[in-house]
Design a binder for this molecule. Structure first.
Ligand SMILES: [Zn+2]
Ligand SMILES: [Zn+2]
Ligand SMILES: [Zn+2]
Length: 750
């Protein structure tokens, strides 16, 4: 008996299955999709690999022998193996990288009885260091704070929760801040299983029509034709109820369902609601699960103990069989595209799986992406609309505040007078307020009045942002780099010219919070941004304070606009609208539009009408007019015309190769060389003749974390050919000290 095995972690050079002999004692138990250990190359320790196929041919005597089967049940299915083949073609990754991104991380560790964990060497010392600002990196601070909350954390979990790399933990261990211990792999605490009992509310006519159209499609086999719907429902129009009732029907029909939602919407509140509705038949995958919980949930789905899966992006790979329906809620969210290799988009994987299962794809959004909208225009997807809100509140009243007319300095420059009045009135009526300012930190820039230079990070060419040290009793401020997490003391004089003329400009969420506190000193106020919400649970406590009314004003970045339902909120303030709409990225306007519309949708739900105040300098901006009129179609038409002119997605495809290296000239040289290979390949293979190569240029962030960054952009109409062309050159180009990342239709061009 022979098994073909793909080695986990093999680079593209060894990215192919290898044949192994199956010893007699393993013959009965071996199946494709299992993880096995095999001898490989010169490595002394056995390698792990996925069994790709098994055949009954006799093994020749030269073949090496499989040593052990690590997983009783297969961890990936035949379908995953097919998806991996397709992903390898599309996303510039190896076969095992594709499989690794599908399964929970713990799976490749199976068989290990111990794991490494970290704890603080001296918690008192760490508290002092925090208070006196002695850490030099925000990443170090996050690790310290997490270990103060939870004294012993497995390394993998700590890294994920604190968003730091191995090298951060190594540095902290070297400096005797943390110590690494080996512990037995522990089973984690159970998820609390209190649920909210649920009763399906009656549907309105528009919801019923949408439900019927999609259900009919699910019930009718299509044999190889993709059925796709775009549900465009304004905030509060009851999209979720359509998903849930559809899921009910599909489950009753004996099929299974995947519902993807953005990570940020997977709140405990939502979890309880879904559990109340589907009981034990639902598996929920989100980042608050520990690695062990993830692994066990995956096994539960794979055993067939759950038929509906709700989760963030990677839940698209859930090992369900007989799928009838896949839903992507808030399909416009950029988090559906992975920013790490393989850089897949969940909607593309969903389309592949729908074809394999003869299932229906449903995309839902209040502000559909231009990509999905164009598919409806092209007849590849069916547009369904939910045009009205449930309840009497109706659309919020929109107010545009011209900030050009407002005096600089003082509270009104941040919270304008009309917004202040509205907040006061809402508080008097015992209602709540949300304030969106999509910049964290205290201010925007520290700039020198004498020479005009902004203070920048030594490792990154970006301006440093002043932050309050929340552990310091005197609320000391220091400068923080938002890209490398490095912390700098506040300089007394300008580092460039030596004058004592430094001044702060602009405002971030911390200054907004201070301003609101000074205006409404008696009111409970909470802030929610990256600085207040990393780690397990902290996000939950901020939201809980606002949900139960202890806090009356919620201030935050885009996080507050997404997926939360606070029916008592009647006033929404959107600060710095200009900054939301303008940026270096071609998707910035689309994102700004979507964010402002979502934030507006938070105002006035149920019975209460809402008021939205948008503060802007460029009050003539056309996108702003679309937001005020809630006119998504008009916005889409204008945005489509602009993208079409530039041949940007969805009217063409962009391939981006980002080069980064410690030396500027070697980085540019590597990019130039890659460009030359592309041009040569285009001459040699005429099928690539229509693809364009733009000149090599520094990325908008030219230097980050001490690495220089250059980008190469290619454009064309055919994604498949463009990918093949880039992959061919990528496989032949030398790999040196300059690294490169390839991405098709990137979400960020920065
Ligand atoms: Zn949330
Ligand atoms: Zn200066
Ligand atoms: Zn930096």
């Amino acid at each position: 008996m022979i098994a073909r095995v793909t080695i986990i972690g093999a680079n593209r050079q060894f990215d192919q299955p290898f044949d192994y002999r199956v010893p007699p004692d393993l013959e009965a138990g071996i199946e494709p999709g299992q993880i096995v250990t095999v001898p490989f190359g010169r490595r002394r320790a056995p390698a792990k690999g996925y069994v790709v196929s098994v055949s009954h041919k006799a093994a020749s005597s030269e073949l090496k022998t499989i040593q052990a089967i690590l997983t009783g049940r297969p961890v990936v299915t035949a379908e995953h193996l097919r998806l991996a083949v397709e992903m390898r073609k599309r996303y510039f990754c190896s076969f095992s990288q594709a499989l690794d991104c599908m399964v929970p991380p713990r799976i490749s560790l199976v068989g290990q009885k111990t794991e490494r964990a970290a704890r603080l060497v001296d918690p008192d010392d760490v508290m002092d260091r925090l208070e006196f600002g002695q850490f030099r990196s925000q990443g170090h601070i996050r690790v310290a704070e997490l270990l103060l909350q939870q004294p012993l954390l497995p390394l993998a979990e700590l890294k994920a929760a604190a968003e730091v790399s191995d090298s951060v933990l190594r540095t902290l261990a070297k400096n005797k801040v943390i110590e690494i211990v080996v512990q037995d792999t522990v089973r984690d605490r159970d998820v609390p299983d209190d649920v909210l009992p649920y009763e399906a509310p009656p549907l309105r006519p528009a919801q019923q029509a949408a439900l019927r159209a999609i259900r009919d499609a699910v019930m009718t086999p299509a044999n190889g034709v993709l059925r796709e719907f775009l549900l465009h429902g304004i905030t509060g129009s009851g999209k979720t109820e359509v998903y849930l009732q559809l899921a009910d029907r599909v489950l009753a029909d004996g099929k299974s369902v995947i519902i993807l939602v953005p990570e940020i919407a997977l709140t405990p509140q939502m979890e309880r609601r879904i559990r109340g509705r589907f009981g034990l038949d639902v598996a929920i995958l989100h980042s608050r699960l520990t690695l062990t919980e993830r692994y066990e949930t995956w096994q539960q789905i794979s055993r067939g103990d759950a038929h509906i899966v709700v989760g963030a992006r990677s839940a698209i790979f859930a090992p369900l069989t007989n799928i009838g329906l896949i839903v992507l809620d808030e399909e416009h969210e950029s988090t559906y595209k992975s920013s790490l290799k393989p850089r897949y988009h969940a909607a593309d994987i969903a389309r592949l799986r729908c074809l394999l299962h003869d299932a229906v794809l449903l995309l839902g959004s209040a502000t559909p992406s231009l990509e999905s909208y164009k598919r409806t225009v092209d007849g590849r997807s069916v547009l369904l609309s939910l045009p009205e809100r449930i309840g009497q509140a109706g659309r919020p009243r929109m107010h545009l505040i011209d900030m050009k007319a407002v005096q600089k300095g003082g509270a009104a420059a941040i919270i304008s007078e009309p917004l202040q009045h509205a907040i006061r009135a809402a508080l008097e009526r015992s209602e709540q307020v949300m304030i969106l300012n999509n910049r964290r930190g205290h201010d925007r820039l520290t700039i020198c009045r004498a020479c005009g230079q902004a203070v920048t990070c030594g490792s990154c060419e970006v301006a440093l942002i002043r932050h309050v040290n929340i552990h310091s009793k005197t609320r000391d401020k220091r400068l923080l780099c938002h890209h490398c997490d490095r912390i700098y003391p506040l300089p007394d004089v300008c580092p460039a010219c030596g004058e004592a003329a430094l001044e702060q400009m602009g405002y971030g969420t911390q200054l907004v919070e201070e301003t609101v506190r000074s205006l409404f000193p008696e009111t409970g106020i909470v802030r929610m941004d990256q600085d207040t919400t990393y780690g397990r649970g902290s996000h939950k406590t901020v939201l809980a304070e606002f949900a139960d009314g202890r806090a009356r004003i919620l201030i935050g970045t885009q996080m507050i606009a997404k997926g939360h339902d606070f029916p008592n909120t009647t006033v929404v303030g959107i600060l710095s609208a200009d900054q939301l709409l303008n940026g270096d990225d071609f998707r910035q306007t689309e994102r700004g539009f979507a964010l402002m519309l979502q934030a507006s949708g938070r105002a006035g739900r149920g019975e209460r009408p809402g008021d939205v105040f948008i503060q802007a300098y460029n009050t003539e901006d056309k996108t702003l007019a679309d937001v005020l009129a809630h006119d998504t179609k008009r916005f889409m038409r204008r945005e489509a015309a602009y993208r079409k002119r530039l041949q940007y997605p969805p009217f063409g495809h962009i391939g981006m190769v980002l080069f980064s290296g410690f030396g500027e000239s070697e980085t540019k040289k590597a990019a130039d060389y890659f460009q030359r290979l592309l041009l040569e390949a285009r001459v040699r293979f005429p099928e690539y003749g229509d693809l364009q190569v733009l000149p090599v240029a520094p990325a908008p962030f030219r230097k980050l974390r001490n690495r220089y960054r250059y980008r190469l952009i290619v454009k064309g109409q055919d994604a498949r050919r463009m990918t093949a062309w880039l992959a061919m050159v990528d496989d032949t180009a030398p790999r040196g000290s300059v690294s490169r990342a390839l991405d098709l239709d990137p979400q960020s061009m920065l």
